[in-house]
Design a protein around this ligand. Structure first.
Ligand SMILES: Nc1ncnc2c1ncn2[C@@H]1O[C@H](COP(=O)(O)OP(=O)(O)OP(=O)(O)O)[C@@H](O)[C@H]1O
Ligand SMILES: [Mg+2]
Length: 230
């Protein structure tokens, strides 16, 4: 579904991604792992059109999306949950979700509230007053209201306690199965990657340094030692 080829992306003069190539097969959760500062978020931003690549290509099926503006990429079926969530804290839960569909004049699909019953109960609450877990759920729900084909998640487990990470993992698996969604998951949480991803790739110094079947990974795996230093 997503094919990234020899992608170069940077800020100003510095190149952060120096030839990233990877594929995300349709209907899978494909994980990208790597230490802090390796360029994981930079890759997410380039996939969503928030940073223009200096070279290489990003294809969504047959469509070249590299360098296109974010609204075009969103319209092609890509949604993004940024690191740190990026919800509007002063707006209510419902308003945050409505903003997710406002651009296309749509309504919040009922199945989104079915996946996230807690958010349905908290509809009128100001987003900034929600717990960390609820805010992350809101960020994911907001990305899903546009009914994307590809969901990009940048470290969704960050700052969440293990029980909430597990809950989020179960919900993501259910949504992937329900909607035939494809997920590009940036994560440093090995437990979540093992539970929901098929393949994990490792980003090291702006390049993919290898990949592994997610279920075979453990804290003792040499690739984990080498690339994550766990
Ligand atoms: N806006 C920016 N301007 C200039 N350099 C940046 C900017 N954002 C990130 N960088 C640099 O790009 C490199 C990659 O950063 P990035 O945020 O993509 O890493 P990351 O793998 O997502 O890290 P983390 O695990 O901490 O989220 C780092 O050296 C960082 O300092
Ligand atoms: Mg990051």
């Amino acid at each position: 579904m997503l094919t990234i080829s020899d992608l170069h992306v940077g800020y100003g003069h510095g190149t952060v991604l120096q030839g990233v190539s990877m594929i995300v097969p349709r209907g899978t959760v494909t994980a990208l792992m790597g230490r802090n500062g390796m360029g994981k978020t930079t890759l997410c931003r380039a996939l969503m059109g928030l940073l223009a690549p200096s070279a290489g290509s990003i294809r969504l099926d047959e469509l070249e999306i590299g360098g296109r503006p974010p609204h075009r990429i969103a319209a092609a079926g890509v949604a993004y949950v940024p690191q740190g969530r990026g919800i509007f804290e002063r707006f209510t839960v419902e308003e945050n979700l409505e903003l997710g569909v406002a651009a296309r004049g749509g309504r919040v699909p009922a199945h989104v509230y079915r996946w996230f019953p807690t958010l349905a109960e908290l509809r009128r609450r100001t987003a900034g007053t929600l717990s960390g877990g609820e805010q992350q759920a809101l960020a994911i729900a907001r990305a899903l209201v546009s009914e994307p084909r590809l969901l990009i998640l940048d470290e969704p487990s960050e700052g969440l306690q293990p029980s909430l990470v597990e809950e989020m993992g179960s919900l993501l698996l259910r949504i992937v199965a329900d909607r035939h969604l494809t997920v590009f998951l940036v994560e440093q949480n090995l437990a979540l990657v093992r539970r929901i991803a098929t393949i994990a790739a490792f980003l090291v110094d702006g390049r993919i340094a290898g990949g592994a079947a997610a279920r075979d990974l453990s804290p003792e795996s040499p690739v984990i030692h080498r690339h994550l230093g766990l």
